[in-house]
Design a protein around this ligand. Structure first.
Ligand code: GAP
Length: 450
């Protein structure tokens, strides 16, 4: 086994083997662009979401939350520009029938209309709208056309007035939201990187025109610091500023935070200066006054500018797996046991925080382990495993990224102490079982990735 080399195949294999991510509808041959999150995956996803939510709302006094519906009035998407502009350029190969995004083909081949796979002839480039359409109501004649939202952001804009009024928000302030989004992506490779159904964690920060550039820089700093806090390898992150031809139709300025995935540097999240485009358009299309009235400044009225931070939750989960994955040589005996696969996930988001392992099932050790686990359950996500050699059990926990393993042995019966094994260093501490909640709390708080 090679020492620590992350490839996407290894991540996909571990994700399936240990219950993080499964192919959707696998028993029917799978559904492209859709994935299911297994017992470990849903725990990890929920914890990432909770971490983001806390960072954005609890730690920022001026940000409130929202959970808007996926189905929205179709005019929303006309106003937002998605009906007209949310398109990818698409070409098909007449010979092998494969479909490609024209902007991802070598420009010389595209100019010659040559298929990058089989050399066959490509069709002309046509625009393909990424929004999924469906129908609401009993009659399917087009009158009930409705879209599955391609971003969560619009749910925030159309609630801007409600939230200013109901919560007496004063500019600058933000609204955060986590939820599903859908895009009819043409190319859905690289596992869960680009999918048709995914989740976003978006925050829209409303500011006075003229203060947008200052807050744009502020939010760039905040989002960079978020990944530092999560213990990500910061040398695998970089900024990419959008050039004029990359900017979305609503953006004045935009930066992506890119992560070095196994397939290279790719977008992880975006920070966008959306100007007053969105609220201006919704005001036009809805006929409702969406100006902010600044009561502290002589009732000055204006349409706020918006700074958006837009992260993919499912893409962030993939990043966390890639960043945490390590195949590590731990001994030199010349056999398979010399290696372990370990996920160095930050304890704050690890699917299982602490595993409780009795050295033996007999002599009352299992009962003791159960009672210790019950004590920890209230505060931590726990696992219990009594089968197999202790070394094997540690390896199983390493593979799902459990930061701490508590082992109950014969000494526990005598003096009430247990061993706590640290996932990253594999060092063991002997501590009083009754002191475990406090001990773990201190370890998690001071955690630093080696
Ligand atoms: N509201 C702005 C917006 O949606 P975006 O750059 O299109 O901007 C933001 O998307 C983030 O959502 C991306 O950085 C990525 O993390 C995630 N994302 C976008 N499309 C995705 C897809 N098809 N599959 C998974 N994640 C996606």
């Amino acid at each position: 086994m090679p020492e620590s080399n992350t490839s996407m195949d290894k991540i996909v294999s571990l994700a399936k083997r240990r219950g993080f991510v499964f192919q959707s509808s696998e028993i029917y041959g799978g559904q492209a662009g859709a994935w299911d999150y297994g017992p470990m995956g849903v725990e990890l996803k929920n914890r990432i979401a909770r971490f983001w939510w806390k960072e954005m709302t609890q730690l920022h006094d001026d940000i409130v939350g929202l959970d808007a519906s996926i189905l929205m009035h179709p005019k929303v998407w006309e106003a937002s520009g998605h009906v007209e502009n949310f398109t990818d350029p698409l070409v098909d190969c007449k010979k092998c029938k494969q479909r490609f995004r024209a902007d991802q083909i070598d420009p010389d081949k595209l100019a010659r209309k040559e298929c990058p796979e089989c050399g066959g002839e490509l069709t002309d480039t046509r625009k393909f709208n990424l929004m999924f359409k469906t129908n609401i109501g009993p009659v399917d004649d087009g009158s009930g056309l409705i879209y599955l939202r391609p971003e969560t952001a619009q749910g925030i804009y159309v609630n801007f007035r409600n939230i200013v009024q109901s919560n007496r928000m004063k500019i600058p302030f933000g609204i955060a939201q986590i939820g599903k989004a859908f895009r009819n992506e043409i190319v859905t490779k690289n596992f869960i990187f680009r999918t048709c159904e995914f989740e976003q964690m978006e925050m829209q920060y409303f500011v006075k025109p003229g203060e947008d550039e200052k807050y744009f820089e502020y939010w760039r700093g905040q989002r960079w610091a978020y990944y530092e806090k999560l213990g990500i390898h910061m040398d695998k992150l970089r900024w990419h500023r959008h050039g004029p031809d990359e900017l979305a139709h609503y953006a004045k300025d935009a930066y992506d935070i890119e992560y070095e995935f196994p397939m290279g540097f790719k977008e992880l999240e975006g920070v966008h200066n959306r100007t007053n485009f969105d609220l201006t358009r919704h005001q036009q299309f809805s006929g409702k006054d969406l100006q902010y009235i600044d009561q502290d400044n002589g009732n000055e009225r204006y349409i706020p500018f918006i700074i958006e931070t837009s992260a993919g939750l499912t893409r962030q989960l993939l990043m966390v797996l890639c960043d945490a994955y390590e195949e590590q040589k731990v001994a030199d005996k010349g056999n398979d046991d010399d290696f372990r696969t370990v996920l160095h996930i930050h304890p704050i988001i690890a699917p299982v925080t602490v595993a409780v392992l009795p050295l033996m099932k007999k002599d009352g050790l299992a009962e003791l382990a159960h009672s210790i686990r019950n004590e920890l359950k209230e505060d931590y996500s726990t696992d219990y495993d009594q089968s197999g050699a202790i070394g094997r059990r540690y390896r199983r926990q390493d593979e799902i990224g459990t930061p701490y393993c508590v082992t109950i042995d014969y000494q526990t019966k005598e003096d009430g102490t247990v061993t706590v094994r640290d996932r990253d260093s594999m060092a063991q501490d002997r501590v009083q079982a009754s002191a475990l909640p406090e001990y773990l709390r201190a370890k998690i708080k001071s955690y630093k990735r080696a």
